[in-house]
Design a binder for this molecule. Structure first.
Ligand SMILES: [Zn+2]
Length: 221
């Protein structure tokens, strides 16, 4: 008898935004059972949705080339997940696929135009919401942040723990959110819109994921 080969890890890529405004302004609970409601999608920084998608597509190509399985919450300009098309839907989409890691891809915005650099957001520990994914998400976040800073040479803004992200609190799989740079910084915005820089970001994402979820290893449950 020959044992079935284990499936390679599945990476769930979640390019931020791309929500129709009428859906984006709807409210959803920030965590299971929570009475705190938050809008689904404020739209992000100007140009962010397209940049996030371009980086995700490049990361997908690199991951597939290394033998990973990849799912994307959106592969075009607009999200079509059903299930409310909010951050709950994005998390559930990745949960259903038992992703080894959910990587949310965003770019920052600020009224302070000099701000620049890369940060990685991870969930805080919250009993019943993130207790099962907290440690692995933090480990993945550190691997991703380090690899992306190395591949881009961008300023390292570090790891940021967030309690208020719906897409974290509904996730049952390890989850991180990469802020790839500031759309509001003139220099970084130019980089973020260039194919060459997007490719460097994608390579960093691949290396970070490879450090957290080696291709040869089963996803840890
Ligand atoms: Zn965003």
């Amino acid at each position: 008898m020959i044992a079935a080969a284990p499936l390679p890890p599945l990476v769930c890529l979640d390019p931020g935004h791309g929500t129709p405004p009428a859906v984006g302004r709807q409210l959803e609970p920030i965590g299971p059972g929570s009475r705190t409601l938050k809008i689904k999608d404020g739209g992000g920084a100007a140009g962010e949705a397209a940049v996030a998608l371009a980086i995700a597509r490049r990361a997908r190509r690199l991951l597939l080339g290394r033998g990973y399985r990849v799912a994307m919450t959106r592969a075009g300009p607009t999200i079509h997940l059903g299930d409310g098309d909010g951050n709950i839907a994005r998390a559930r989409f990745c949960n259903r696929r038992h992703a080894a890691l959910m990587v949310r891809i965003h770019a920052d915005g600020s009224t302070v135009r000099s701000l620049h650099g890369v940060s990685t957001l991870v969930p805080v520990w919250h009993r019943g919401w993130t207790d099962d994914i907290y440690a692995r998400s933090l480990r993945a976040g550190r691997a991703l942040q380090k690899a992306v800073v190395r591949s881009t040479g961008a300023l390292d803004r570090g790891i940021v723990r967030r309690a208020d992200l719906t897409g974290f609190n509904w996730a049952n799989v390890p989850v991180v959110l990469l802020e790839t740079g500031f759309m509001t910084n003139p220099t970084e915005s130019r980089h973020l819109r260039s194919g060459a820089y997007q490719q460097r970001l994608a390579r960093g994402i691949l290396r970070g994921i490879a450090g957290f979820a080696p291709r040869g290893a089963m996803a840890r449950r």
